[in-house]
Design a protein around this ligand. Structure first.
Ligand code: S3P
Length: 430
């Protein structure tokens, strides 16, 4: 699969589960590796990014048994020095979290990734980790990978987080476990709190105040025995969007992760006019439940900085919705999109223009005048970015001609079954 062509479809109906949450899977693997004992993880995401994390766990001394989405990791309660560079592939979350986990582990480790990952900013973790005493070197003074993490003794400190990023926050929390004394992180804005929810499961104590998280170093992690990963709300977003755009569209997604730091897209779907019903069925360690959606005519929305962290990964698919909706959509305060797997703002401009839609690029977002009907269709370049490829697929629900996705294999990074599920739900059918 390198290019995929999807014919327009008028019906899209998905009922079922989506693969496991990517953010939670990365964290569950890393914590299980660092903890003492055996952890069984059910519902884990099996995709290129998270399999890179499994490989890293093995390279750091954990025993890993994998049977589909059931993964059993036996950790030693410490990290073993890796004998070769660690390959993070395309996974930014892995590289940033692993930098923190290795910073005070007393080992020498080199972290590298693919061309896209080695061009993404790492100074955002390297600088604050250095303020705890970490010795991390990298290209351009530590701004880019490959990164070399050298053995160092960390000392807890008060660290203002430089940007609203869950990856940066999590990296520092993992480093703080190995520091002498207490680390206090001050947050600029709330971001997904999967690490804070999982750490106590592994026996760690942390204090969460308003805008501040405190954690004392020297805590041992113990396996909780078993963990279940809920469905990924970012995966679900593509199926919900397709259902929202179809003339005859419906979706019901079960066992879905509903962490408040991740559900901004559901609010936006409602604001745009879709009928969305959310039922939370469990709370611990993560809120999990069912989301039902029924298609209705969509109109544009305006989003600013405050709303961005809870839907940062959904902005590509939101752009797809906006291109088909009635009226104007404006997104600002989302400059982070420029340093994702690709520069997503310029990739979205290319996508919009390729299918005959309007798109004005802003330094920190975009303005889209919705077509209010059908787009022409055409060939969309994924730029090797899984979320651009999946956003383009969603456009086929509202195109006159097929949408061809160039570099469609990039979906393997997070959602290898995407096209199979998309077609089974009615997408791509003439
Ligand atoms: C993630 C946090 C977000 C998100 C990424 C996954 C995480 O990145 O975009 O896909 O698992 O912590 P930032 O922390 O850079 O905002």
């Amino acid at each position: 699969m390198s290019d995929v062509s999807l014919a327009p479809a008028s019906r899209f109906c998905f009922v079922g589960r989506v693969p496991g949450d990517k953010s939670i899977t990365h964290r569950a693997y890393l914590l299980a590796m660092r903890a003492e004992g055996e952890t069984r993880i059910d519902g884990a995401l099996r995709a290129r990014d998270t399999d890179a994390t499994l490989g890293l766990c093995q390279a750091l001394g954990a025993t890993v048994r994998a049977d589909g989405d059931r993964i059993v990791i036996t950790g030693q309660g410490q990290v073993q020095e890796p004998s070769a560079p660690l390959d993070c592939m395309n996974a930014g979350t892995l590289m940033r979290l692993a930098s923190g986990m290795l910073a005070g582990a007393g080992v020498l480790a080199v972290l590298s990734g693919d061309e896209s990952l080695n061009a993404r900013p790492m100074g955002r973790v390297v600088q604050p980790l250095r303020s705890l005493g970490a010795r991390i070197e990298g290209r351009d003074g530590g701004r880019f990978a490959p990164l070399a993490v050298l053995p160092a003794r960390l000392t807890g400190a008060r660290v203002p987080l430089p940007l609203p990023s869950a990856q940066v926050k999590s990296s520092l929390l993992l480093a703080a476990l190995d520091a002498d004394g207490e680390t206090a992180l001050t947050e600029l804005a709330k971001t997904r709190d999967h690490t804070e929810r999982l750490l106590p499961y592994f026996g760690a104590k942390l204090h969460i105040g308003s805008g501040e998280i405190r954690l004392s170093g020297g805590q041992r992690l113990r396996s909780p025995g078993h963990l279940r990963v809920p469905g990924d709300s970012s995966h679900a977003a593509f199926l919900l969007a397709a259902a929202a755009l179809a003339q005859n569209g419906e979706a019901e997604i079960l066992d879905l992760g509903l962490n408040p730091g991740r559900t901004g897209f559901l609010d936006v779907l409602r604001k745009m006019g879709a009928e969305v019903e959310v039922t939370v069925l469990a709370q611990d360690p993560e809120p999990v439940g069912t989301v039902r959606l029924r298609a209705a005519p969509l109109h544009g929305v305006t989003l600013g900085e405050g709303e961005v962290p809870a839907l940062i990964d959904e902005l590509p698919v939101l752009a797809a919705l906006a291109l088909c909706a009635e009226g104007r959509t404006e997104v600002r305060g989302a400059a982070e999109l420029r340093v994702k797997e690709t520069d997503r703002i310029s990739a979205l401009r290319a996508m919009a223009h390729a299918v005959g839609g309007s798109f004005e690029e802003l330094p920190d977002g975009f303005v889209i005048e919705g077509s209010g009907g059908r787009l022409r269709g055409g060939a969309v370049e994924s730029f090797g970015d899984h979320r651009i490829a999946m956003a383009a697929a969603v456009l086929s629900l509202r195109s006159r001609e097929p949408v061809e996705i160039l570099g469609a294999e990039s979906v393997a990074v997070s959602f290898p079954e995407f096209f199979e599920i998309f077609r089974a739900a009615g997408g791509g059918a003439a």
